[in-house]
Unconditional design. Structure first.
Length: 592
């Protein structure tokens, strides 16, 4: 008992150090566990490959504000809507390791470690939220349940070097800032985290808007929150301006809708100005404060609609054909109910449990105003994240991470009762069962035990081909050929330019829309049309991966098109097979 009395205060007093220590152990574990993927540079997503190419270009001397990739759609290349903010830790790790390991190994190790860095911030934010809303010593539950997430944790895994992990980390800090009892500090944390996230990309823009709305509504309800509103206004406007000045590429300095361009910079600065004026005025009557907030919101929305009407539709601003044939069919952009049960069920399980937990905790805190506000913020965010899943399943990582405080509250409520039960059966099996249910792990176990929605042999064959063609052993033999422009699938382009010295035509990025359509037209059209498009792009080699997911689209859409005929072993006089290793999953042809 004496040890417990001394342990619990230490657990509270050193929570930040212990959280970072837990992160270090977790990070080391995942580096060891995924060492094979690190060794083989298994950048599984096209975005991860493009991120590494962006870092390489920076280290090779390409301009800070020049984010064009000149090896996709050469010679002019194409610009991407990202910024260099996420490049910095990857580049720093490469520079750190390169003198000792050489460039290749330095890149591998950097790609293994860099994604784990934002996990530290995500865990700190969740731990801070949990200890503030549940109990000072409840923060370890946040770490445990974050490790139970099925898709959120994947955003921080080795080789997942794209920007999603950093944006999730900023969202975690945003939630912690909303629950911070110190108003000025909390407002600053929310403002800075939102500005950093917007500088990285607009994926978390809806959550940033919700956070700003919560802070404004809190000021309407409690005029004492003016310090929180003031610091938020200054940091969201100032942070967005600083992010734009420091990281906006040359191509992002025009009125585009898909990044922190003058469009969204104007919105953030105007919103910050209005919020600052509101905080300075702070009328004593709540009705007057609500009126000011409504007027400010209406002016900002109206000005946006009048000045930037092109941004009222799709922010990518792609053509109808590109949306119909590509962007509208991206799996992660589809709502969760349009996905197979085996995919959607594990994604939704944890968010639903988190929403239930946040609702219960909000109800229990109804007589404690400060605690009620904190839990209301968590519940609102959890409900919004669940609703976002009905729009796009790509909201899954954010929904799972935002569920952590809610499921921690359920565990804090239920586990003491289970562990203190007089029946050993309830203490053991009840606690284990409760954990499996609360954590959402029951979804994966159910799919495994009951063999629900098992993938068909065709799906397994497509998945196998898609995985084999992008491996380092499959791509390396291509480097024996002279460097040239290869015409290949859209989803294969980023991996090809990352692992070989060749160039490609397109990658799955909306600003590369014309090249994407050219690839689609070539594979779906006639052989004569395909050859003309390839010649126009100065491609000298055709590279295909039979049964890769993208190839099945061309065969189903155009059963008599060029690719379908090529896949059926039809020969064309202008294509000459290029020898590759016997076990290669790829097929290459010289274009004459």
């Amino acid at each position: 008992m004496r040890d417990a009395r001394s342990f619990l205060p230490a657990l509270d007093r050193h929570w930040l150090r212990l959280t970072l220590l837990a992160w270090a152990v977790i990070a080391l574990w995942y580096v060891i566990q995924r060492w094979a993927a690190i060794h083989w540079l298994s950048l599984g997503d096209t975005d991860d490959n493009m991120r590494l190419m962006q870092v390489r270009a920076l280290l090779d001397g390409q301009g800070w504000y020049d984010l064009r990739n000149y090896r996709l759609n050469p010679p002019g290349g194409f610009n991407i809507h990202w910024t260099r903010l996420v490049d910095l830790p990857i580049a720093a790790l490469i520079l750190l390791f390169r003198p000792f390991l050489g460039t290749g190994e330095a890149e591998r190790l950097a790609c293994g470690i860099a994604p784990l860095l934002p996990l530290s911030l995500a865990l700190v934010g969740l731990a801070a939220t949990t200890r503030r809303l549940i109990a000072p010593v409840a923060w370890p539950l946040a770490i445990v349940f974050m490790l139970c997430s099925t898709v959120a944790l994947m955003m921080f895994m080795p080789e997942r070097i794209d920007h999603h992990g950093w944006q999730l980390a900023m969202l975690s800090l945003t939630l912690a800032g909303l629950c911070d009892p110190k108003g000025a500090r909390g407002g600053a944390v929310v403002g800075i985290a939102s500005a950093v996230s917007l500088t990285i990309g607009l994926e978390m823009l809806p959550y940033a808007v919700i956070a700003g709305g919560i802070i404004a509504l809190r000021w309407v309800w409690q005029v004492e929150s003016r310090d929180r509103l003031t610091t938020y206004a200054l940091t969201i406007a100032g942070g967005s301006a600083a992010g734009y000045a420091a990281f906006a590429s040359y191509d992002n300095r025009v009125a585009r809708c898909d990044a922190l361009t003058p469009v969204w910079l104007s919105v953030m600065v105007l919103a910050g100005a209005f919020l600052l004026v509101m905080a300075m005025l702070s009328p004593r009557r709540a009705g007057v404060r609500l009126t000011l907030a409504v007027i400010a919101g209406a002016v900002i929305a109206g000005a946006f609609a009048l000045v930037f009407p092109q941004c009222l539709g799709r922010p990518e601003q792609v053509s109808d054909e590109l949306y119909r044939n590509w962007l509208g069919n991206i799996r992660e952009a589809k709502p969760i109910y349009q996905h197979a049960f085996r995919i959607g069920f594990p994604v939704a399980a944890l968010p639903v449990m988190g929403l239930i937990g946040a609702g219960v905790a909000t109800w229990r805190a109804r007589r404690t105003p400060e605690l009620l506000i904190g839990w209301a913020c968590v519940a609102l965010f959890a409900a919004f994240a669940c609703a976002m899943l009905l729009w796009q399943i790509r909201a899954g990582p954010a929904a799972q991470m935002l569920a952590v405080p809610g499921v921690a509250a359920l565990a804090w409520l239920i586990f003491p009762w289970l562990l203190g039960h007089h029946s050993v059966f309830v203490r053991v099996f009840g606690t284990v069962g409760g954990f499996v249910i609360i954590s959402g792990l029951f979804s994966g176990l159910a799919l495994r035990w009951f063999d629900i929605d098992k993938p068909s042999p065709y799906v397994n064959r497509v998945n196998k081909a898609s995985g084999r063609c992008v491996t380092l052993p499959a791509m390396q033999p291509l480097d024996k050929l002279p460097a040239q422009t290869m015409f290949t699938f859209v989803d294969l382009g980023p991996r090809l330019i990352t692992l070989t010295h060749h160039s490609a035509i397109a990658g799955p990025y909306h600003r590369n829309g014309d090249a994407i359509l050219d690839v689609q037209h070539a594979f779906s059209g006639s052989p004569e049309q395909a050859r003309a498009i390839m010649k126009r792009h100065r491609a000298t080699l055709l590279l295909v991966c039979p049964n890769m997911a993208e190839s099945t689209i061309y065969r189903s859409r155009a059963p008599h098109g060029f690719y379908a005929r090529l896949a059926s072993a039809e020969k064309f006089p202008w294509l000459t097979p290029v020898p590759l290793p016997r076990n290669s999953p790829l097929r290459a042809f010289r274009i004459d």
